[in-house]
Design a binder for this molecule. Structure first.
Ligand code: NDP
Length: 316
């Protein structure tokens, strides 16, 4: 039989959104419990250097920043636990959540901060350099700066790929965009922007066969034209993947309103409210536009304040 534990506030997920929510909730005496999730620390733990989070003039590594956020949350007695929530039932006034450690949590408020996962091609060579921190990235705004005046390649033809290619074009000497069909998925205006940028070369009907490199990191990419079967190597030091993100919201879909791509829909814009009373959302689980650590942290704060107000009204 599972152990039942009651709490004022359960925070699901441990990226910047979850930890910021925890810091605010804990300082408001809500005694939050956090389950870290499958990737403790979230997406930032796969980033080398974070230079755009305010307050770190010298930059900070993603894992260091997440360790500091965790320490700050624990300083105010957030119970941070390894493991993940595998099932929820939001049908009643008390929100029931089942953790993989066998605990059944009955929470008055729940903050969903499960984030989103960048999708990758899944090539062995891509994963090797990603893990090495040696030139593979899914975030141009985070990592583009490290490729200043260098040549980069970006995969994808959606709005994100166009936005990121354009961002990279301002920093890099050349950006090659690999488009797997002969047309873009992106909106016309975004497509026109990349087409009209001098140092962006677009290769259509082109797929990645292998990311090439050495002990130091990426040196190029071998691509194949899927119509002519012709292959060629493109030199680059940065390989960016912009083929979409998947929000980690599957376990909530029975109860929480999601959009067609799985992002949580806000019940009321400008708040963290979901369609279920007492359940709030923060960070990338509801954001397919900004996706930054600092915006996630901001919405984490909002979720904790909304949860605190909801609890205060309950206790009336
Ligand atoms: P999308 O799903 O819109 O686009 C993904 C792109 O990646 C497509 O071109 C797709 O190709 C390509 N792709 C997918 N898998 C592979 C693969 N294995 N190999 C090569 N290419 C692949 O994702 P986005 O992240 O671009 O956008 C998500 C949502 O966010 C969209 O609704 C978008 O409009 C929105 N958005 C809006 C922005 C804005 O308004 N400023 C900015 C960024 C995103 P194919 O077309 O062949 O399937």
């Amino acid at each position: 039989m599972s152990k039942i534990e009651n709490t004022n506030c359960l925070i699901i997920g441990s990226g910047p959104a979850g930890y910021t929510a925890a810091i605010y909730a804990a300082r408001a005496d809500m005694e939050p419990i956090m389950y870290e999730g499958l990737q403790p620390g979230g997406q930032l733990t796969t980033t080398n250097e974070v230079e755009n989070f305010p307050g770190y003039p010298e930059g900070v590594t993603g894992p260091d920043m997440m360790n500091q956020l965790k320490a700050q949350a624990e300083r105010f007695n957030t119970k941070v636990r390894p493991g993940f929530i595998k099932k929820v039932d939001f049908s009643g006034d008390v929100h029931k959540c089942w953790a993989d450690d066998g605990t059944e949590i009955h929470a008055k408020t729940v903050i969903i901060s499960t984030g989103a996962s960048a999708m990758y091609l899944g090539l062995e060579s891509e994963q090797k350099y990603l893990k090495m921190g040696g030139g593979v990235s899914a975030c141009a705004v985070c990592d583009g700066f490290f490729y200043k005046n260098q040549e980069t390649v970006i995969v994808g033809a959606g709005d994100t790929a166009c936005e990121e290619a354009h961002y990279l074009s301002k920093l890099c000497s050349k950006v090659t965009m690999l488009v797997r069909r002969d047309e873009f998925r992106a909106s016309r205006i975004m497509e026109d922007r990349v087409r009209n940028t001098e140092n962006i070369e677009i290769l259509v009907n082109t797929e990645t066969e292998e990311v090439l490199g050495d002990d130091m990191g990426v040196t190029g990419v071998r691509v194949i034209n899927n119509k002519t079967k012709e292959t060629k190597e493109i030199p680059c030091t940065g390989f960016f993947v912009a083929i979409g993100h998947k929000p980690n919201t599957d376990i909530f879909k029975e109860y929480i309103n999601l959009d067609e791509t799985g992002y949580v829909k806000y019940e009321k814009p400008g708040t963290s409210l979901t369609n279920v009373k007492g359940v709030f959302v923060a960070g990338d689980a509801a954001d397919n536009v900004y996706r930054q650590a600092v915006t996630a942290a901001g919405t984490g704060c909002m979720a904790a304040l909304d949860a605190e107000r909801y609890l205060a009204a309950l206790e009336g």
